[in-house]
Design a binder for this molecule. Structure first.
Ligand code: LER
Ligand code: MN
Length: 294
């Protein structure tokens, strides 16, 4: 059974206990299985309270983040690499403490617009830190997700193919490719082909409209993407993301360029998204089953 996830910033900008309660109870009430908590600063989470809220709501937490330049593990500056590594290990501890099994996102570089290409030494630094992180994560059964994002949010991994090469270099099996329709729409030559190429290494899939607003109101064609997911037998999480300046915080909102007020009614867009994702996934699986009989 596919698990459906949703990014907490559909409801809240921060993670006070009141914000945690709002996002967790709202996601659970709409039938989501996983709430993805953005944790750019892992010191700012009350893990015990978060875990209690998740347990009470009967859903699981996942942690995602984008590193800042001060913690850029793809840098050649040892202080930045060290700081980034500390952030990631704290985020891993938080993932474990809330009972989660997934830590991912732009954890391999800063989430920012670079003005220079990644360097060989910087990439090697990134691979080294992620290898250590994944080794530790494996001890608690946690999967590490490497999310390909567009050129304005990293200079290191913009496509699924690049992520697969990076994973080959890390060389461990608790890492997966994380794709996102918003970024794929900008960077992939052919979205469904990218999904097929990643195959069973695809482990997390973000669904976004092309403008990151209300699903179904933009130009994103979900059908071919979900058919490709069905074709590869994808049965891992499918997660909804949407960002609006009326909710997003200054930090992640600033990093991801969330300048416009694209929606206000969080519950309504979250309800529409889970219905759309379920419909697309179910239709795609039925179509594949019919085609298999031809
Ligand atoms: C960044 O643009 C992104 O896609 C998100 O998954 C970051 O949390
Ligand atoms: Mn994403």
């Amino acid at each position: 059974m596919t698990e459906y996830a949703i990014h907490a910033m559909v409801w809240v900008a921060g993670w006070s206990n009141a914000e945690a309660e709002r996002a967790i109870t709202s996601a659970a009430a709409l039938g989501y299985d996983i709430l993805e908590i953005p944790l750019l600063d892992p010191d700012r989470i009350d893990v015990a309270a978060t875990r209690a809220l998740l347990d009470r709501a009967g859903i699981r937490g996942a942690i995602s983040l984008g590193l800042s330049l001060a913690g850029d593990i793809s840098s050649e500056d040892p202080a930045a690499v060290r700081h980034g590594s500390e952030i990631l290990h704290k985020a891993l501890a938080a993932t474990r403490a809330i009972g989660g099994n997934y830590l991912g996102g732009v954890i391999y570089s800063a989430l920012t617009k670079y003005t220079r290409p990644a360097t060989t030494r910087g990439r090697a630094n990134s691979v080294g830190v992620i290898r250590e992180l994944a080794q530790e994560a494996a001890r608690s059964g946690i999967t590490i997700g490497i999310e390909a994002v567009n050129r304005y949010e990293t200079n290191l991994l913009n496509t699924g193919q690049q992520v697969m090469r990076y994973l080959d270099d890390v060389g461990l099996d608790n890492l997966i490719v994380h794709l996102d329709t918003f970024h794929m729409n900008i960077e992939e030559t052919d979205g469904p082909a990218a999904i097929r190429l990643c195959g069973d290494r695809l482990g997390y899939f973000h669904v976004n409209e092309n403008h990151r607003g209300i699903l179904g109101t933009g130009t994103m064609h979900l059908q071919p993407l979900f058919r490709a997911l069905a074709e590869i037998g994808y049965d891992r999480p499918v997660g909804f993301e949407a960002f609006s300046s009326s909710v997003a915080d200054d930090v992640l909102g600033g990093m991801a360029g969330i300048w416009r007020d694209l929606w206000q009614d969080s519950d309504a867009i979250a309800a529409g998204a889970i219905a759309a994702m379920r419909r697309e996934m179910d239709d795609a699986r039925s179509t594949m089953a019919l085609l298999a009989k031809v």
